[in-house]
Design a protein around this ligand. Sequence first.
Ligand SMILES: [Zn+2]
Length: 320
Amino acid sequence: MTEPFSLRHHDGAMAALASFAGGRLPHAILIEGPVGCGKSRFARRFAMSVLCHNPSKAPCGHCCACKKVAAEIHPDLLVYQGEKGKAKSFHVDTVRQLRAQAYVAPNEGERKVLLLEDAQNMTEQAQNALLKVLEEPPASTVFLLTCQSRGQLLETILSRVTVIALSLPNVETCADILAEHLPDRSREELLLAARDASGSPGLALEALTRENDGKAQGHRDCACQVLELLGKGREAAALARLQSYERDRPGMTALLEAMASQVTNLLLEQEVGTGFSQLQLVRITAIIERITAAAYSNVGGLLLGSALCAGISQAMNDKE
Ligand SMILES: [Zn+2]
């Protein structure tokens, strides 16, 4: 699923939708809310309620319909959208396709759900085409639209949909939501990310993931440089490169992991000219394993770095 975070801050809106599901379900619902508030996830959760086989406790999360929605393979949940973040990229051709689908009977149950994501990206022509089907809605089809602000849609569309407005949680709740997905991060880091994203869990999660990716690349680069320096016999320079890891235990284990996978790749490539012989690479693998085990016990960062460099240098110099 997209936007993989908890919907607990939308309990009120969820209850409103549940009351529809129990009684008369509007044929078209517009879910409105700022970027990253969880519209997409919310819409899918609602689709799950509509398609669930246990109406008394929908969405039950256990029936085959719920499981198919969660796995994004339910044949009666069809998703349409333009290009992400691009205005006027949701074209009339797409609406024609969905219009054709709207009149086809559901595959599995009594209803089908057509989800139109980021409806604000629809061209005017597309909105007018949608209007036609909203004016004569097929009985078994529920239309779910998401958009950032209802003002981005034509009045004529708005007059035919029931609007559910979602809002952003406060910074504290946003940090709680982030903690469910990133349990390794400190409370301070999560609060900072939540504040930077003005409480948008989606945006904060995106920023933190980007940061994680950046860090992972940094570890790979460093592992590569350290190996190269040691290959040239420059142990002091390699040690200096590791200085920033002395007080960063998670960083050190990530670096060792990156280094181990680089050495494995070199071994598999069996290329001549990498600067390391096969025997040296095998020895280096053993050293990295030993230092990794030490990193998980309480050995200090400085000691780990010097043991790593000394061990690899030794492996390079040993006669074969
Ligand atoms: Zn279910």
